[in-house]
Design a protein around this ligand. Structure first.
Ligand SMILES: [Zn+2]
Length: 137
């Protein structure tokens, strides 16, 4: 560890280490990466150095389609950690990526009353952080 110290620490941006740097670099360009295991063929998220399904280390980066469906969500009305404090209320969500992995994220551009389980979503990026928004069929 031992990265630069930030006085105004943000709690929504994990500090990139050598392993997760490609993930955050892609996100900064508007691309969502997942990890795919060559041994069992399954994808996972968040990124790990070995497959959580079969423990193989033959895992490589793959660009996700960005399509997902909403699994569950929770409206957050209070969060004292910056930068969430300025954002409440927001919709914390768990989505199922089209590739299979389940991902914790945030639902944006969607009024709470319009949220439905299973609704189709697509990835969007806010300050280099993947969030999800309704596809608006
Ligand atoms: Zn595997």
């Amino acid at each position: 560890m031992g990265g630069p110290h930030h006085d105004a620490q943000r709690h929504d941006v994990p500090e990139a280490d050598a392993f997760t740097r490609p993930y955050w670099a892609a996100a900064a360009e508007g691309r969502l990466l997942i990890r795919r295991c060559a041994a069992c063929g399954r994808a996972h998220h968040y990124p790990r150095e070995f497959c959580p399904h079969c423990w193989s280390e033959e895992v490589t980066w793959e660009e996700a389609s960005g399509r997902a469906t909403l699994y569950t969500w929770s409206a957050v009305h209070r969060n004292d950690l910056p930068p969430f404090r300025a954002r409440v209320p927001y919709l914390a969500a768990v989505v199922d990526l089209a590739e299979g992995p389940r991902m914790m994220t945030e639902l944006v551009d969607c009024p709470e009353r319009a949220v439905r389980a299973g609704m189709p979503l697509r990835v969007a990026f806010r300050d280099g952080i993947p969030v999800f928004t309704p596809t608006g069929r």
